[in-house]
Design a protein around this ligand. Structure first.
Ligand code: GAR
Length: 204
């Protein structure tokens, strides 16, 4: 049996994607990794409650109270202290600098609520992504899980899943359906895939 890959999940809000990861670990969909730490950029994030209720260590790096450099050095300290091997951005609303992402090549993954390269990059986050998709009038949207590099939403794609748009969709109804039909399914699958690859690459 390989060692479990130590995962840190970065959050900023409700944490439904974190919940999907916790459930996937419990049900055995994630079997090569363990959620070891949850880091929130927002002290009020409900995701922190979800983590604590499931016995997962939490930390807050308050993005509003420090500079970008202080924020990232605090995160690096937490990652090193906890021996983290894989970072999962799950509803994390801060953009990490190229200096930070270059330290963890192919070791940071993100879930984005559209089919990249549509409706992504700087300024496209949360409900804004779904508003943009509805305003444009696309008939299909979805979610993407990708590696994170210095380009916002620009790293290599790991998985995507399409979701059809209904005529009467609002940004809120579309957000819920994209989460339920795409994000909560492909994020755990992608995490397991990357953890398996890390485990297979370990020097025995
Ligand atoms: C999710 O839809 C996630 O894809 C999106 O924010 C929501 C967070 O929900 N992330 C982004 O837009 C990042 N660019 P959650 O906190 O309930 O997981």
């Amino acid at each position: 049996m390989n060692d479990l890959v130590k995962i840190a999940v970065f959050v900023s809000g409700g944490g439904t994607n974190l919940q999907a990861l916790i459930d996937a670990e419990k049900s055995g969909i994630i079997k090569n990794g363990k959620i070891t730490l949850v880091i929130s950029s927002n002290p009020e994030a409900y995701a922190l409650v979800r983590a604590s209720e499931n016995g997962i260590a939490t930390a807050v790096a308050d993005r509003k109270k420090c500079s970008g450099e202080e924020f990232e050095s605090e995160i690096r300290r937490l990652l090193e202290e906890n021996g983290i091997e894989l970072i999962v951005l799950a509803g994390f609303m801060s953009i990490l600098s190229g200096k930070f992402t270059s330290l963890y090549p192919d070791r940071i993954i993100n879930v984005h609520p559209s089919l990249i390269p549509s409706f992504c990059g700087k300024g496209f986050y949360g409900l804004r992504v779904h508003e943009a998709a509805l305003n444009y009038g696309v008939k299909v949207t979805g979610a993407t899980v990708h590696f994170v590099n210095e380009i916002p939403d620009g790293g290599k794609i790991i998985m995507q899943k399409a979701v059809y748009i209904n005529d009467n969709d609002t940004p809120q109804s579309l957000q819920q359906r994209v989460m339920r039909e795409a994000e909560w399914i492909i994020l755990p699958q992608a995490v397991e895939k990357v953890c398996e690859t890390i485990n297979k690459g370990r020097v025995k």
